[in-house]
Write a protein of this length. Structure first.
Length: 203
């Protein structure tokens, strides 16, 4: 074999080895894995925004209601898919009542998904009184029955209609006094008197 043939053969072999080595490793491809999403971020994205405020208006014809949130007035639309809690429908919502509204934004509208009428919870150490018992007490009157009956609904609702012998003491007013560490002067001094509260909800 001539030198020239050997050189060509060696060159061909080197070229083959180089090509094979290049094919084995190939170009290095870097891929970036998607950033992991935390459980908190995922659940936050799934949550609906929620606001709490007092009813200003309820308009059945346009299926809208407005509530006062701080100093801001927010308008919400309710639909056949809107769920009501502590109320059968929008007809059970009245001015000055406290609402909690979960909603979603569709375009420029706030669509209410859940509307909850906030009712006073029974404090510890209190109990429910049956309607029949209350009727008997009202028939006797506050003196003979030794009771004081408070209407805890908004004042506007009290002026529309109320149980005879009851006195208006709205829940919002009681809540405000409690935050100021004060007690309403309407509460009786006599600790032996039965004190009864009623509101517009199931309690």
């Amino acid at each position: 074999m001539s030198i020239r043939t050997r050189i060509v053969a060696s060159f061909a072999m080197l070229l083959t080895v180089a090509l094979m080595a290049g094919c084995e490793t190939g170009p290095e491809v870097k891929s970036e894995a998607p950033a992991p999403q935390t459980v908190a971020a995922a659940s936050k994205a799934a949550e609906s925004p929620m606001v709490k405020g007092k009813v200003k208006t309820v308009v059945g014809k346009s299926s809208t209601l407005s509530i006062e949130v701080g100093k801001e007035l927010k308008v919400f639309k309710f639909t056949s898919d809107t769920k009501f809690k502590n109320a059968a429908s929008y007809k059970d919502l009245h001015a000055d009542e406290l609402l909690k509204i979960e909603f979603k934004n569709i375009g420029s509208e706030n669509i209410a998904t859940v509307i909850t009428k906030v009712v006073a919870e029974l404090p510890k150490g209190t109990s429910l009184i049956k309607t029949e018992e209350m009727q008997q007490l009202v028939a006797k009157g506050p003196e003979a029955g030794n009771y004081v009956l408070f209407d805890a609904r908004p004042a506007g609702r009290y002026h529309q209609a109320h149980i005879p012998t009851s006195v208006s003491l709205p829940f919002a007013e009681m809540d405000k006094l409690a935050k100021e560490n004060k007690v309403s002067p309407l509460l009786p001094q006599d600790k032996n008197k039965l004190v009864v509260f009623y509101c517009g909800g199931p309690t």
